[in-house]
Write a protein that binds this ligand. Sequence first.
Ligand code: ZN
Length: 315
Amino acid sequence: MASSSSIRIVIVGDVHDCWNFEQDSKALQFLQPDLVLFTGDFGEENLEVVRSVANIQFAKAVILGNHDCWSTKKFSRSEKDKDKVQLQLECLGKEHVAYERLDLPLIQVSVVGGRPFSVGGKSLFRNKLLSARYGVKDMDGSAKKIQKAALGTPEDHFLILLAHNGPTGLGSGLNDICGKDWELDGGDHGDPDLECAISLLKENNQISIPLVVFGHMHKELAHDNGFRKMIVVGTDNTIYLNGAIVPRVKSFGDDNKRSLDDESSLSSPEAKGTARAFTLVELSKGRVTRVAESWVSVVEDKTTLKEEHILFEGN
Ligand SMILES: [Zn+2]
C-alpha cells in the first residue's frame, strides 16, 4: 500500500478460545486490514488456536498473555516433549514480538512488543520463562529491554507498542483502562515496566509513541459494574487502546434449542452466524484518524458491519 493512503490496523483483543479460522478470515477479509494485532490470551495454552492464528493470510504481530502460559512455569528441557509455551512460540516465530521490533516498510509501521505473559501489577509473572527466554529478571531490566527494542525504529515509521497489559499511570478507578475492577476501591493494575519504557523513550524526544495497544483488562467489569474505558488520549497525544472485548464472539439464533446431538446439524452457532468483535485503527500521514469498536456479522458467506462504536476521531 502506498504510504500516502490510509492504513488500517485491526486489533483482535483477548481471544479466550473465541476463534474460528474460517469465520475470522471472512470477517478480516471484510475489514481489509494492512496489519492485524493480537493482544494474547488465546485460551489456556490453546495451541490449536495459536496455530490457526499463525495461519491467517494477513500481516500480523502477536503478544502472548498470562493465560497462554496457564500451567507452564518453566520451559521443559526435553526436545522430544516440548511444553505448550515453547510450541506456541515456535508457531508464531518472528510474529511474536515480545521485546522485539517488527518493521513493516510497505506501510511504514513498526511494532515493538512489551513483556509477554503479564498478569498486571507490581510483580513479574512467570519469572523463569522470562529469564530463560529473554534474560529478563526484574521490572527495570524489562523496561530497558522494551526501550532497546524500540530504539532504531526507522524515522519515517509509525511506532506501535503492543503489550498484553497496559502501563501504570492511566488511572486507578475500577473502570479505568487498567483499573482493578475486582476490588471495591479499584487500584492501578498496569505494568510498571511498560510505563517506565515509554517514559525512557520519550525522554529527550528519543522517539515518539503515537499508539500503545494492549488487552488483559476486560471491557466488561466484574460484579455488573458496567464497562471499562477502553481508550485514553495522553497529554502528549499518545493513544492508549485496550482491545479486550470479551467474549469477542456472539452467536445469532436460538441457543436454547440446541441439544448435544444437535452439534453437527445446521443449528450450530456457526451455521446461524456470529458477530465478531474487532477494534479498528485508521492512520493517515502518520497520525491516528479514527478508532472504532466494530462488530462484523458473518452468516455463511455474507459479511456485514453489524455495529460500530467510534472511540476516537482525529483531524
Ligand atoms: Zn490476561
